[in-house]
Every structure is written in C-alpha cells, then in structure tokens.
Design a protein around this ligand. Structure first.
Ligand code: HEM
Length: 521
C-alpha cells in the first residue's frame, strides 16, 4: 500500500493528531483493564458455535488472548504508520486463512467497542467530553482496522478464486442462471442476457415460467423437471425456450439442484445452450445432400421424359387435326374425343411443368450478380402482377424504405425467389387477403425484405419442413419452389426465415447484405 493510499484513508476517516492524542491518553486504562476485556471477548466468541469451533484448542485461546491484548495496546500508540497498516493487513490474512467468515470478524469489532466504551466512560467520569473524544477516536481506528482486514480478505486466494468462478460464469457462451426454491430467478449471466433479451435487472425475481413457451408450461414441463430432479438431482434435455420478444429458441437444458451446507435444497442452477445454429447447420447439410440427389435425378428426367413429352404433345396436336378433318364428314360424332384429348393434353402439360421445375432446380445457373436496387426491382416486378392480384382478390400493400442501399444480386434469380414467395402467399389466401411487402435498411449491414400474407398460416411442424425439397402442402405442388428460393438467397449470402401462425398468416424475412462499395453515411 502506498503512502498516499494510507494518507487518503486517514483523511477520509478524519483521523487527526487530536484523535492520536486521545488514544495515547487511554494507555493507562488499557494496561489496567485489558485482561478482563479480552476474557469477556473470548467468552462471547465461545458462546456461538461458528466462532467457538475455531477456538476448540486451549493453547490457541491462550496465545490469542495475548495477541489480542497486544493488538489493543498497539492502538494506544496513536501511530498509524506503514508498519501499523502492514500489521493490520497481516491480521486480516490470518483470519482469512483460518477460515473465519468476514461477517463474524466485522461484528467482533463492535464487541470490542461495546466492552471498551463503559470503561472509557468510567475513566473519564469527570470529563465526559474527553471521554466522547476518546470513544470517537477508538471507533475510527476500529473502522480503519476493519477496512484493512476486508482488504486482506478481498486479496486472498479464496476470494480471487470466487471472482474467477464468477468471471467464468459471466463470460460463458452458455446462458447460466440460478433459481431460488420458488423458481424465481436469482442470478443471470451475460450470455443469458444475450440469448433471452432480458437484462439481469429486469428478470431477477421473476418466475422462471416467463422463459417457457405456454404450450410446454401447460403440458407440465416444470413438473417433469422437478420430478426428475427429485430422483436424480440432475436433469438434461433438448427443449425450447421463449425470448423476451416472444421468439422460440431450441436449447439444450441442464438443471441441477443447489443445496446449502446442511443439504437443504436452496434452488436450482440452469445452463442453457442455444442449439439453433447446430440444428440449422445439420438441416443445411441434409438440404445439400437432398439437393445433390435432385440435381442428378433432374438431369436424368431431362433426357428420359422431356423429349418424349414434347413428341406426345406434338402427336396430340396431329390427332386433333385428324379429328377436325373427320368431324367434317356427315354423321361423325367427335365431341367426346375432343374432351378426352383435352384432358390428356392438360395432364401431359402438368407433367411438363413438373419436369421444368426440376430442370430449373438442377440447372440453376451461377448467379450473375451486379449492383441493383431492390426497391426498383420490386416496383417493376409488382406492376406486372397487378392483374393477378386483382383476379385473386389480393390487396397489395408496400412500404419500401427510401434509405435502402443497393445490393449485389442477380436480378432475374432474386425476382424468381421473390415471385415464388408471392405465389405461395396468393395461394395461401384462396378467398383473398392482404399481401404486405416491406423493405427496410437495418444499419450497418442488413437489407431486409419482408413478405407477409394474411392467409391460412402454418403449424410449427409445417414450418420446419417448408424448405425441404418435395415437401408441399398444395395439391399438385412439386415442393421445389421454396427450396429454390432458399438456394437463391443463400447463393446471395443472405438468410431467409419464416414466421407463421395458423389462421393468421405467414411472414417471410429475407436478409441481404448491401453492395460492398456502399457508403452508408
Ligand atoms: C476485532 C476482531 C478481531 C481481532 C482484532 C483479532 C485479532 C487477532 C490477532 C491479532 C491474531 C493474530 C494474527 C497474527 O499474528 O497473524 C488473531 C488470530 C486469530 N483469530 Fe482473531 N481477532 C478478531 C476476531 C476474531 C474472531 C471473531 C475469531 C473467531 C473465532 C478469531 C479467531 C482467530 C483465530 C482462530 C486466529 C489464529 C490463531 C492461531 O494462530 O492459531 N478472531 N486474531
């Protein structure tokens, strides 16, 4: 401790030369009465199990009484030099080393004070003012000593160890928090703040149910965890948790019981790991495998089906011509033949469409990206679709952010991706509805496109599958539209996700990066 540290501390306490003088004047009293003070102090310590257990050994007590006496006498030197500070820090370190809790240590200063005050009062019976000055000076010294003792505790290995543990918990990438016996949040680390969006200030004291999706609460998730903890002290599972803004996140959950030294349950510790990214990577891997299979299949389809299909259509045309010639002969009845031909034609064209979808998927050309303005792309594309919106009873609303920076994209492919989403939206609203298309710039580097419908919506199980090839909820759908959209967006280094509520509608969010040379200012 530097000399200026020491000086500041004495100034803060206002420990003056007068105080030193008042303390020195106590010396004869201390010399005369310290034995009984120290005896009374130890009698007090022995009356409490937590302090008595440290004094079980008779010789320790005797040694300590002597050291205590010296300690108190030293105060009446009235000299608070470097040596004094060092000695007090050492005493603090000894107490920390013997395992004395700082709370008993601090309370003991009061005990000393309480024992000494009546003696001082008596000593200054005829000069009460001097007695008060002496007591005040003694109080200052005890506070100084207590602060030095605390410093020794704080610098101790055990405390540093606790601090290290605290920083491990705080800096952990996993959300770590604890609950009391009533399931209320007691501690909350930084990763928990990031994962859930609740700050520690907001969440402390709240019931843990605010983090659990209602459907899991209703099906008894908390009770299941409690039941498992009763049997194994420990619970581990993959589940879903709820963020402050209502998002559901897949997590790996570990809950353990916390007990006090007597074995009583005092709460639970909870560790949560966000496994959304892991699941997304796994899904992306599966997706890549599926896409590779489709690619191979589609190339084969092109050869095996596409050409024969064209000739079937051509021949159908020829048969239709023959039929028309026949129809001109008297008595010929060709109406039914025409109807049959029409239906064959429709079916063949359907197969052709499916084949084209596959082909498009397999042969998605490498994106040719250039600097484009998404708002312009949308304005232009949507104007061509107006008649489609009119015919399907869909009202289009747009809100395009004028601050939107240009992006680096293949205009045709991006429009194809957007068009797929618009088509899906229209199909989800068979009796009309509202389609809202929004663009938004989220500085510094996100261009967001949102496509929202008021259609029939999807369940969570459906939402998980929509980007899988061949998954379709529509009659006659190939299940390739959304995978194609996703592939285009990911080739543009963007992200696409969807939120949907059955009966309310679906929203797709696409996030893209602004073109590199954009000046955001
Ligand atoms: C105002 C409060 C206290 C003061 C001023 C005080 C003073 C001292 C002093 C001067 C020493 C010798 C340290 C050394 O030379 O390194 C010591 C050691 C010790 N004190 Fe205290 N003490 C206080 C409170 C307590 C309390 C509440 C306990 C509870 C039992 C306690 C238990 C001990 C023990 C176990 C040792 C170590 C003894 C050994 O050397 O084996 N002290 N104390």
């Amino acid at each position: 401790m530097t000399s200026s540290d020491r000086a500041h501390r004495l100034q803060f306490l206002n420990l003056s030369a007068n105080d030193a003088e008042a303390l020195r004047a106590l010396r004869p009293l201390f010399e005369q009465r310290l034995d009984e003070v120290v005896d009374a102090f130890y009698a007090h310590l022995l009356a409490f199990p937590e302090t008595a257990q440290l004094l079980a050994d008779r010789t320790t007590v005797e040694r300590l009484k002597r050291l205590q006496r010296e300690y108190l006498l030293r105060i009446t030197d009235g000299c608070f030099d470097e040596h004094y500070f060092e000695e007090r820090l050492r005493i603090g370190r000894t107490h920390e080393r013997v395992g004395l809790s700082p709370k008993w240590y601090l309370l003991a200063y009061h005990q000393f004070f309480q024992l000494l005050c009546p003696l001082i009062e008596k000593f200054y019976e005829r000069n009460a003012a001097q007695g008060r000055r002496a007591m005040l000076a003694l109080h200052k010294v005890f506070m100084l000593d207590a602060s030095l003792a605390m410093e020794a505790y704080i610098a101790s290995d055990r405390y540093r160890h606790l601090q290290q543990l605290e920083s491990i918990v705080n800096d952990s990438a996993d959300a770590i928090f604890s609950l009391d016996a009533d399931h209320r949040v007691r501690t909350w680390n930084r990763a928990a703040e990031r994962l859930f969006g609740w700050t520690a200030m907001e969440i402390l004291g709240q019931h843990v149910s605010v983090l659990i999706p209602p459907e899991l609460l209703h099906t008894g998730e908390l009770m299941r965890i409690d039941e498992a903890l009763r049997r194994h002290n420990h619970y581990q599972a993959q589940t879903v948790r709820l963020t402050k803004d209502g998002r559901r996140i897949p997590v790996e959950l570990t809950v353990s019981l916390m007990r006090d030294p007597q074995g009583q349950i005092i709460g639970r510790s909870v560790i949560l790991r966000d496994i959304g990214e892991r699941q997304r990577l796994e899904e992306a891997r599966l997706q890549a495998e599926r896409l590779a299979t489709i690619g191979a299949m589609s190339a084969k389809l092109a050869h095996e089906i596409r050409n024969p299909l064209s000739s079937v259509l051509l021949n159908l045309e020829l048969v239709r011509d023959e039929l028309n010639t026949l129809a001109r002969q008297p008595g010929a009845e060709v109406a039914e033949c025409h109807a049959l031909l029409k239906s064959i034609d429709a079916e063949v064209r359907r197969i052709q469409r499916v084949t084209e979808d596959y082909l498009q998927f397999a042969r998605l050309p490498k994106a040719r990206r250039e600097r484009i303005h998404l708002n312009e792309l949308l304005a232009q594309g949507l104007s061509f679709l107006q008649s489609l919106f009119d015919a399907t009873g869909v009202e289009l609303q747009t809100d395009l952010d004028p601050r939107l920076p240009p992006i680096h994209a293949d205009e045709n492919q991006l429009w194809q991706a957007i068009l797929n989403l618009i088509r899906n939206a229209i199909e989800a609203m068979p009796s009309g509805g509202t389609l809202t298309i929004t663009t938004q710039f989220a500085p510094p580097d996100t261009v967001r496109l949102t496509i929202r419908d008021t259609g029939k919506g999807m369940t969570e199980a459906e939402q998980r599958k929509i980007f899988r090839p061949f998954y379709s909820t529509k009659a006659g759908g190939t299940g390739l539209g959304l995978p194609l959209t996703q592939q285009i967006i990911s080739e543009h280094e963007g992200r696409i996700r969807c939120e949907s509520t059955p009966g309310v509608g679906t929203t797709f969010f696409i996030e893209l990066k602004p073109a590199a040379e954009t000046n955001y200012g």
